[in-house]
Design a protein around this ligand. Sequence first.
Ligand SMILES: [Zn+2]
Length: 160
Amino acid sequence: MGIIIDKIPSPNFDKRPKGVKIKAIIIHYTGMRTFDEALERLCDKKSKVSSHYLIRRNGRIINLVNESHRAWHAGVSYWRGIHNLNNCSIGIELENPGYEFGYLPFSKKQMKSLIFLCKEIKKKYQIHPEWVLGHSEIAPNRKKDPGKKFNWKEIKKIFK
Ligand SMILES: [Zn+2]
């Protein structure tokens, strides 16, 4: 498809609980001033945060944690009877300074890469549209990402 996924391993993951299937995709924004800062944080052992993928504004996709492992992106979270969504989800971070540092529209290249990634993930795990979620939906008191500039229609239609 012409989209290359680079690998930069993050140490911030552990095992998924036994018998838990991947059923959700959680979409985030990085909420940091620069890409480098965001990448550094996602790979810093002390931060204890990560995601499976990070998508840069130029469309570059970086795989930080193997899908079979549990990345630490959602924190305290809840959706439809399920707590701790890290157990059963793939986390995708989109480079964006976010509300705190100058919220930007997500770039076309970034969305193109996200669509590519979502299609791949859907093929592997048969994800349903109601399980493609923003961080703000599973942790509404703490989180605002990916925010109002994110085009949910474009993403949800992949899963129908
Ligand atoms: Zn988030």
